[in-house]
Design a protein around this ligand. Structure first.
Ligand SMILES: Cc1ncc(COP(=O)(O)O)c(C=O)c1O
Length: 393
């Protein structure tokens, strides 16, 4: 039945489709313009000019200077660079600050990088979050000391969409003289981000969450921030990220950033209305049996995390996939693995609620008809699974 209808993609927090305009901008660099941007001749110059333009487009989206944007191979790499690059540079400087403070709901790109740090050189403190999915500011304040080199707290969470109190985080970090990094991968293109008014030192972004290609990201590094390269080699990206640039990918990120800047206002309003319709109707369909996870007052407009009582999120995901609706149980990398969400666990939600959770994330191309069909399918699947006692956990 579902197979005749076009599948409905409600997993934009995992990745987004490539915008046709982005593909068009990338094509010349996959075909004829193959030059190495480091080459002096005209082939190289064309590639260099394309990268320069992309850098300006990305900088414009976040209010940075062009020279403050470093292209990387992913959002994950940008997160790694932010943490390891600043901690190593800081530990080697006269200030000799060595420590990292982060939060329990960060993406694994942050948490596993923090875990891999040499504990004899760097102390890592992970601040708690409250039941609404926001970092606990008291805990964070207590964690930041005179030895804290970097505080890293994400802008918006990838599972719940909850926006963190970044201005408070910045105030606390600044009061102790620490650098501040925010992973804005899930917020970019959905919320206006201006690095000057945010007053952050480092900000991570990724192309494939804003209708750009996979395998390219960027790190905003405030001018003057001490940083050691993670990938060492040639002098590309002003010695901050070696390796011949992914020209087509970078051009794609630049175009996606430009489109996001132009379309953000309209897209965000329309998507939020649809998200609220989906959430409202799913909750209405099963009064008292569906709970929203995370703050409704402070979150991006495209995502909702819902927990279904008496149903396993994994079973529901599979049932919906069979009906042609693509959703997720949480982070893309956690999907398919039986690990329960570290984000919902950190919020202190009971196990059954964590296991019964599902993330819906809408995008630029989501339509009202798709939302209505998705609501119908969710209601049907939940009713069916509830009647099968083996599904409940
Ligand atoms: C919050 C957050 N940070 C970082 C990343 C990693 O970005 P990338 O997929 O480009 O490595 C993701 C991707 O899911 C994310 O959601």
């Amino acid at each position: 039945m579902g197979s005749i209808l076009r599948p409905i993609y409600l997993d934009h927090a995992a990745t987004t489709p490539l915008d046709p305009e982005v593909l068009e901008a990338m094509m010349p660099h996959l075909r004829n313009d193959f030059g190495n941007p480091s080459s002096v001749h005209r082939f190289g110059q064309r590639a260099r000019a394309a990268i320069d333009e992309a850098r300006a487009q990305v900088a414009a989206l976040i209010g940075a200077r062009d020279s403050e944007i470093v292209f990387t191979g992913s959002g994950t790499e940008a997160d790694n660079l932010a943490i390891v690059g600043t901690l190593e540079a800081s530990a080697a400087s006269e200030a000799a600050r060595t420590d990292l403070v982060t939060s329990a709901i960060e993406h694994h790109a942050i948490l596993n990088t923090a875990k891999a740090l040499d504990r004899s050189r760097h102390q890592v403190t992970v601040a708690k979050v409250d039941e609404l999915g926001q970092v606990d500011l008291h805990d964070l304040e207590g964690a930041i000391t005179a030895a804290t080199a970097l505080v890293s707290v994400m802008f918006a969470n990838n599972e719940t969409g909850v926006v963190q109190p970044i201005s408070d985080v910045v105030r606390l970090a600044r009061s102790k003289g620490s650098l501040i990094h925010t992973d804005a991968v899930q917020a970019l293109g959905k919320v206006r981000l201006d690095v000057s008014s945010l007053d952050v030192d480092l900000l991570t972004l990724s192309a494939h969450k804003i209708y750009g290609p996979k395998g390219v990201g960027a790190l905003y590094i405030r001018s003057g921030t001490r940083m050691r390269a993670l990938v060492r080699g040639g002098s590309q990206e002003r010695n901050r990220r070696a390796g011949t640039e992914n020209v087509a990918g970078i051009v794609g990120l630049g175009k996606a950033a430009e489109l996001a800047r132009v379309r953000m206002g309209d897209d965000a309003r329309r998507i939020e209305t649809l998200r609220n319709r989906l959430e409202g109707e799913v909750m209405e369909g099963s009064p008292g049996l569906v709970a929203r996870n995370g703050s409704a007052a402070s979150r991006i407009g495209s995502t909702t995390s819902l927990s279904f009582e008496g149903v396993s999120g994994e079973d529901l995901l599979i049932a919906l996939d069979l009906a042609g609706i693509a959703v997720s149980t949480g982070a893309a990398c956690a999907a398919g693995s039986p690990e329960p969400s570290h984000v919902l666990k950190a919020m202190g939600l009971p196990r059954a609620r964590v296991n019964g959770s599902l993330r819906f994330s809408l995008g630029r191309n989501t339509t009202a008809e798709e939302i209505d069909r998705a609501v119908e399918s969710v209601r049907e699947a939940v009713l069916r699974l509830r009647s099968e006692p083996s599904s409940a956990r």
